[in-house]
Design a protein around this ligand. Structure first.
Ligand code: 9D3
Length: 232
């Protein structure tokens, strides 16, 4: 069982997102447990303040360290990364992180039992969070989001679908390792002729050797055209 605890100022953002498809099935099967927590629950002051102005001046607000340290200490059992269990990862979603890859998703699905996701916001998060608490700082790509919440959903989805048993038995795992690093070949379903746009004859031939060969070639071809960087 893998457990996710998401620390966010917008817990409602996650309300239904994990109730569909593979993630829903994985939860129902007891493969994963997911909870989103309001950072304000770890504030001590009357107004539940989670942010403050940056030292040295500048625009915007910075997430304060105290509530994040308290939340992580509760979930990870320690407030220093060297004191976590080996199977605990505390991940800060931030534009400064290393870009999420299939390889990191595989690492997490294989080696983690407990993942704490900290969603950044505003102009940033007090640097002492990254210094002391965070085992992995992760971005989902080189574009600007308004916060870490959508990135947390992306990371969680990529990890959960790799948990053994999360995909329907005979599904994509085999196919994925076979065509690793390539885009999928084009897929077609009925009708074979739609407004004059025809499905390639080979796919209707029933010749499975020919079909496999065509698919391999088509995947390579599509990758060369659309994502030549993947072939390097
Ligand atoms: C105005 C602040 N920006 C200065 C360049 C920095 C900034 C801080 C926080 C920009 C965006 C954000 C909010 N984004 C995330 O927290 C985030 C993110 C992203 O923006 N892109 C890709 N992956 C991620 S993971 C978290």
């Amino acid at each position: 069982m893998l457990r996710f605890d998401i620390i966010t100022i917008f817990p409602e953002f996650f309300r239904e997102i994990f109730d569909y498809g593979i993630i829903r099935r994985a939860r129902a099967a007891g493969l994963v447990e997911i909870e989103a927590h309001d950072l304000r629950g770890w504030t001590a002051d009357k107004h539940h303040v989670v942010d403050d102005r940056p030292f040295g001046g500048g625009d915007g607000m910075v997430l304060k360290p105290e509530p994040i340290f308290a939340a992580v200490e509760q979930f990870a059992g320690a407030a220093r990364r060297e004191d976590y269990g080996a199977q605990t990862r505390v991940i800060l979603l931030s534009p400064q992180g290393r870009v999420l890859t299939q390889s990191l998703a595989g690492d997490l699905s294989k080696n983690a039992k407990h993942i704490v996701l900290i969603c950044g916001r505003y102009e940033g998060v007090d640097e002492r969070v990254a210094e002391a608490l965070v085992t992995d700082e992760v971005s989902i790509g080189d574009y600007i989001l308004s916060g870490g919440e959508p990135a947390a959903i992306v990371l969680l989805d990529a990890v959960v679908r790799l948990l053994p048993g999360a995909l329907g038995s005979e599904t994509s795992a085999v196919n994925e390792s076979f065509s690793e690093g390539l885009l999928d070949c084009p897929q077609y379903t009925r009708p074979p002729d739609f407004h004059g746009m025809r499905v390639p004859d080979v796919l209707l031939s029933g010749n499975h050797g020919e079909i496999a060969r065509w698919r391999r070639e088509a995947a390579l071809d599509k990758t060369r055209r659309k994502r030549p960087d993947l072939l390097k």
